[in-house]
Design a binder for this molecule. Sequence first.
Ligand code: DX5
Ligand code: ZN
Length: 220
Amino acid sequence: MDKFLLAPSIIASDFTLLADEIAACESAGADWLHVDVMDGHFVPTITVGPLFVEACKRATKLPLDVHLMISDPDQYVEVFAKAGANNITVHVETCPNLLQTIEKISSLGCKAGVTLNPLTPASALDAALPLVDLVLVMSVNPGYSGQAFMPEMIGKVEEVRNKLNALRSKAWLEVDGGITVETLPLMHKAGANVFVAGNAAFKHPQGVAAGVRALRESVV
Ligand code: DX5
Ligand code: ZN
């Protein structure tokens, strides 16, 4: 079985228990901690910002995988890098000078990621693919945890996987939105190797550790 990474999405956790929730992810074998930054402008919701990233940093040694759903990421990548982000992923829809943004993220010492909304075609990534460390395919419209997986995104993952293979790229191919024990194996088969999970991890009836383990065991 190909190795894959799990990145629980911390906005689905109970913030009153933040350190405990993170510790439980860590001991259950999560690989990254995914932090969804939303600005109420690019997406309807407002979530967390750099202060929260800093708090997570103090609570864990796991790499922080910061997903910026904000209108002007160029203005903020530095502050998120300083707050402790290891990976910074930006939406192509928000970056008029995408290649410059990627270079800036890399120059700050972070892994650079690009992502796209479900309706944005994979070709929007073409110029960026040779430069990035991570590609994120959204399998819901960004904005909320707990939405239903869009099966049409399986084909998009296959398409991006083929593009990365053609470039002999080792970039991570991450998926985000509606990932469960049912949908993870489908996206894994399509070529994804990093899985974000909000509800499936944190809202598992037996707690987040059980959620993370169930996702890990979903690929046989
Ligand atoms: C959606 C966010 C996701 C979300 C995932 O806009 O980017 O990371 O928190 O939550 P689930 O896994 O519950 O869809
Ligand atoms: Zn996300």
